[in-house]
Design a protein around this ligand. Sequence first.
Ligand SMILES: Nc1ncnc2c1ncn2[C@@H]1O[C@H](COP(=O)(O)OP(=O)(O)OP(=O)(O)O)[C@@H](O)[C@H]1O
Ligand SMILES: [Mg+2]
Length: 263
Amino acid sequence: MLKLNNIEVSYLNVVKVLHGISITVENGVVVALLGANGAGKTTTLKAISGLLRIEEGEINDGTIEWDGIRIDKKNAVDIGKLGIVQALEGRRVFEHLNAEENLLVGAFSRSNLKDVKADLNMVYSYFPRLESLKHNIAGYLSGGEQQMLVIGRAMMAAPRLMMLDEPSLGLAPMVVDQIYDIIKRFNMDRKTAILLVEQNVRVALNTAHYGYVMENGRVVLDGSADYLKGREDVKEFYMGISASGEKKSYKDVKHYKRRKRWL
Ligand SMILES: Nc1ncnc2c1ncn2[C@@H]1O[C@H](COP(=O)(O)OP(=O)(O)OP(=O)(O)O)[C@@H](O)[C@H]1O
Ligand SMILES: [Mg+2]
């Protein structure tokens, strides 16, 4: 189980961006982290994975526990060895390597390399498309294929907690649904916990069991996916659907945002 207790983060010692974040990810559960641009979602993932330091970010206060062990002072490599893996935002593939080599990179963070072949086959069973593309240079794959590769690479690390940063970004709706079907299946088959950052609230809440809404570096709302989906403010504010079921224009939603304050 992952537990963040009152985490505060600043960049370059001055810009404070997280103001006391507390979230829990139970074993085997899918949790969505929702919120507008700049809310601090990616920063939260980086605080967990230890990647914050590379960007001169620092945890100033609070604790992060993984199965009861403090990990907030550990480095990214040690955190990776404990079974936590973060797939980065923006489809970062190794452009000059082929697809299979990209997947193999994902296996190197773990201590036991014995089952790499079996895990390659496991990834190919979820993403048959990647198998047929395995000799292709990653830089030339389509956006959706690159996203599959990034998720496949995270799967190769045999994680117990997989963190995905906006897997739907820039993809056609059909591809988004395909990728989320696979994420869901992977969670059900392997009982891997997943912490998911998404702007696409509909898709995220259809996959997740639980969700947190962040705003300006704070958690402003949390609850089961069904509870969040049923709330009028979430529907209107984040899904752009008004009570009458009609789609609201951006201008209306923005107006709503100005009026509405989260409790
Ligand atoms: N390396 C950095 N140095 C300084 N400030 C940063 C750095 N990375 C992020 N920030 C700032 O921290 C705040 C939170 O950023 P973060 O990337 O966590 O937001 P986000 O919720 O992931 O947004 P998005 O949905 O746009 O990806 C923003 O104001 C951002 O400008
Ligand atoms: Mg982000």
